[in-house]
Design a protein around this ligand. Structure first.
Ligand SMILES: [Zn+2]
Length: 107
């Protein structure tokens, strides 16, 4: 869903660095693309993964914290598409609240 605030294993604060992590990865990818265009002969040379460099720069030294960042799937944007109140508008929410109130009165 969203990045957990702390590492599950060691408790290190990681949630505050998610956005920065994504920005740095994007920047690294752009730099790599530019470098490949300028020096196509270097393309076959082995390089460290951009994720490794970014995680090192952000100070994630333990592998438990690194796996949190590497394996996280940010689903919140997709889940937000199923927010029924946003689709039907505020009025629908008010009607639902009235229905709930009526049901609790009946019980
Ligand atoms: Zn950790």
């Amino acid at each position: 869903m969203i990045i957990p605030i702390r590492c599950y294993s060691c408790g290190k604060l990681i949630g505050n660095r998610w956005e920065k992590y994504l920005q740095m990865l994007l920047r690294k990818a752009e730099e790599q693309e530019k470098e490949d265009r300028e020096h196509p002969e270097d393309k076959t040379k082995p390089k460290p993964a951009p994720e490794k460099e970014v995680l090192d720069e952000l100070g994630f030294t333990r592998y438990c914290c690194r796996r949190m960042m590497l394996t996280h799937v940010d689903l919140i944007e997709k889940v937000m598409n199923y927010n029924i109140y946003e689709k039907r508008g505020f009025q629908a929410q008010m009607e639902d609240d009235e229905d709930d109130a009526a049901m609790s009165d009946a019980a």
